[in-house]
Design a protein around this ligand. Structure first.
Ligand code: UTP
Length: 469
């Protein structure tokens, strides 16, 4: 009976093959498979495959674009910059932290396929001497800023079915690296099936299981609501969220100046940019289309636009996205009221699956379409959007690739961490011998100012040193 109902449900969309192994399944496997099928919006999958909801023609749009409203380092290029000094911004940000209005939104639901690490990426050991994991560094920074400002800073950590259980167990085993139980809210994002890129048929991971993958970092919006995390923010009086991704351990989480820029500009969504070095850098491009802010992916940004120069010879479209944002919680709530969710983007990937005979297929070339939502699709809806330029050496060092790649490997990121810590120590008057590795535990100091308070006059480091309490 169940079989018939399911088959009738699937037939109009040409997806009956999902029941091909029904006769071989136990009762429990059948009901699990049925639940997975019922959870899929077949109409949506069909329309995504057919390209009915294909996005705009970005090449054409790029040619209409103007540079983003931005605060640039050391140059008065916007009305905002003329009225807000860095000192004013720092004061406003510090006051918001001291009033307990800031939360952290950390997304860690991705599969980390490029890195090829056998655990969730957050568990990757990255501390150059300590071997501290990405999650440890992030959470300790939050503990340190909460202590500094005398108010808890809750962390909303997004996982996915792929990363949830292991990360949760890891955090519990390590007492959340000092974060109070109440200050860590873990919520799980949704998933989407993948389809064969030629036929549009949903792929089976096994005889009783659809292939499902996390629905992109933009899945955060729906997951915040479904999990009740957004209600928790309301209850606690959290008004702004500092958003970051688990793979970038260098970021000064809760940077008061950035928070202040966002508050004083009355922005609903402020994003950090670094100045692109080359026109074709692999970073999303912040642009204005009319009075809306957008990110146009580098792959959609035509060379003739990317190569354009300003009168001073610098890149006209200079602002590269590093996936760090500040969200007003009220903005996210407003977005949740809208009927349509964030759009899906299509990624062509290699997906291992079983074929009609039940044989495993391990493709060597992309064979499937995956569907993902992107966080930056919120930007066009934001009132008073703002881009703030930050220095790459203090904001952008993500762990993306396995050893051997040119950039964004663990080794590359560790170099950034060591250089950052060396700069802080030297600015505080310490002498650090050339070429040695230095690392600072976030609980020892989190920025140049706190390092200054801890460095004793005459400090000399001649050998690899991990500074911790
Ligand atoms: P990436 O797009 O770089 O993906 O995610 P990834 O999973 O880290 O790595 P690849 O592409 O499979 O090699 C950037 C950030 O967004 C999070 C990731 O955990 C990472 O922090 N993310 C990505 C999610 O939380 N959910 C997703 O569905 C996708």
């Amino acid at each position: 009976m169940k079989y018939e109902a399911l088959s009738n449900h699937l037939a109009p969309y040409g997806q009956e093959h999902l029941l091909a192994f029904w006769d071989e399944l136990h009762e429990q496997q059948r009901s699990d498979l049925a639940a997975q099928i019922e959870a899929v919006d077949l109409e949506q999958i069909e329309s995504l495959f057919k390209g009915d909801s294909a996005g705009p023609d970005w090449t054409a749009q790029s040619r209409q674009a103007t540079p983003p409203i931005a605060m640039r380092r050391g140059a008065a290029t916007s009305a905002t910059q003329a009225v807000v000094s860095p000192e004013q911004a720092r004061q406003a940000g510090t006051a918001a932290l001291a009033a307990g209005k800031i939360g952290v939104l950390l997304v860690a639901g991705g599969q980390g396929s490029r890195l090829g690490f056998e655990h969730p990426k957050g568990m990757y050991p990255i501390g150059p001497i300590s071997g501290a994991t990405l999650l440890e560094l992030h959470l300790k920074k939050v503990v340190a800023i909460a202590k500094k400002h005398g108010q808890p800073v809750p962390v909303y950590l997004m996982t996915s079915p792929v990363t949830h259980d292991e990360q949760l167990a890891f955090l519990e085993e390590n007492d959340r690296f000092g974060l109070a139980e109440d200050d860590l809210v873990v919520f799980c994002q949704g998933t989407m099936p993948a389809v064969d890129e030629k036929s549009g048929k949903i792929l089976l991971a096994d005889r009783d299981r659809l292939f499902q993958s996390p629905d992109g970092h933009g899945g955060m919006l729906a997951a915040l609501a479904a999990s009740g995390a957004i209600d928790d923010m309301r209850r606690r009086g959290i008004e702004q969220l500092f958003y970051l991704q688990v793979d970038n351990p260098i970021i000064p989480i809760g940077d008061p100046e950035l928070i202040g820029d966002h508050l004083l500009a009355e922005s609903e969504l402020t994003s950090v940019a670094v100045a692109k070095r080359e026109p074709q850098d692999k970073l999303g491009n912040f642009v204005m289309l009319g009075n809306q802010m957008h990110v146009i992916e580098y792959s959609d940004f035509p060379d003739d636009v990317a190569n354009q120069k300003s009168t001073d010879g610098s890149l006209k479209f200079w602002a590269g996205s590093i996936a760090v944002h500040l969200f007003r919680v009220a903005f996210l709530e407003r977005m949740l009221q809208r009927k349509e969710g964030l759009p899906f983007h299509i990624a062509r990937k290699k997906v291992s699956h079983i074929d009609a005979e039940g044989n495993r297929v391990e493709p060597s070339e992309p064979n499937a379409m995956k569907f993902e939502r992107f966080i930056f699709d919120l930007l066009p809806q934001a009132k008073n959007p703002l881009v703030v330029e930050m220095a790459e050496e203090d904001w952008l060092a993500p762990v993306k690739n396995a050893p051997g790649a040119e950039k964004d490997t663990a080794e590359y990121v560790q170099r950034f961490l060591v250089d950052q810590h060396r700069r802080w120590l030297e600015a505080a008057g310490a002498k650090v011998a050339d070429g040695i590795t230095v690392e600072i535990d976030p609980l020892w100091a989190i920025d140049e100012e706190t390092v200054h308070q801890r460095v004793k006059p005459g400090m000399v480091l001649n050998e690899p040193t991990y500074l911790c309490d």
